[in-house]
Design a protein around this ligand. Structure first.
Ligand code: 5GP
Ligand code: ZN
Length: 116
C-alpha cells in the first residue's frame, strides 16, 4: 500500500485519476512529460510513494533514489537523449512547486536553464 496525500497532484497522476503523457514505468516509479517543458526534452520521474522531497524519500528508503535515477536514464535514452541533467528542487525558495518527490530530466539543452 502506497502512502498518498489527498491533495497532491502527482499522487493523482500516479493513481491514474488525471491524465499525463506517461513515457515510462517501473515497479517503484513513473515517468511522464512535464506540462510546461523547460528544455527540448523535459520529463519528470516520480516515486509511487508520497514524500515531500528527495531527502524525505531517501530517509524513508534510500533505494528509491536509485530507482528514480534508473528510470530517468531509461526514458532519456529511449527518447534519444543519452546526455541529460537531473534536477531535484528542494523547498519553495528554490522553485519547488509540487511537494511530491521528483527529478526533472532535461535533455537537448546546451546550457543551464535559468528557471530550474
Ligand atoms: P517543481 O517546480 O516542483 O520542481 O516542479 C514541478 C513540475 O511539475 C513543474 O515543472 C510543472 O510544470 C510540472 N507539473 C505541475 N503540474 C503538472 C501536471 O498536472 N502534469 C504534468 N505533466 N506536469 C505538471
Ligand atoms: Zn503525492
Amino acid at each position: 500500500m502506497s502512502a498518498t496525500s489527498d491533495d497532491c497532484i502527482f499522487c493523482t497522476i500516479v493513481a491514474g485519476e488525471i491524465p499525463a503523457d506517461v513515457i515510462g514505468r517501473s515497479e517503484h516509479a513513473i515517468a511522464f512529460k512535464d506540462l510546461n517543458p523547460q528544455a527540448p526534452f523535459h520529463a519528470l520521474v516520480v516515486p509511487l510513494d508520497h514524500h515531500e522531497n528527495v531527502a524525505a524519500s531517501a530517509a524513508a528508503d534510500p533505494a528509491v533514489i536509485g530507482h528514480l535515477v534508473a528510470l530517468a536514464d531509461t526514458v532519456a535514452r529511449e527518447s534519444g537523449n543519452p546526455d541529460y541533467r537531473l534536477v531535484a528542487n528542494t523547498g519553495a525558495a528554490v522553485g519547488q512547486s509540487v511537494f511530491h518527490t521528483h527529478f526533472h530530466v532535461l535533455g537537448g539543452s546546451s546550457r543551464m536553464s535559468e528557471s530550474l
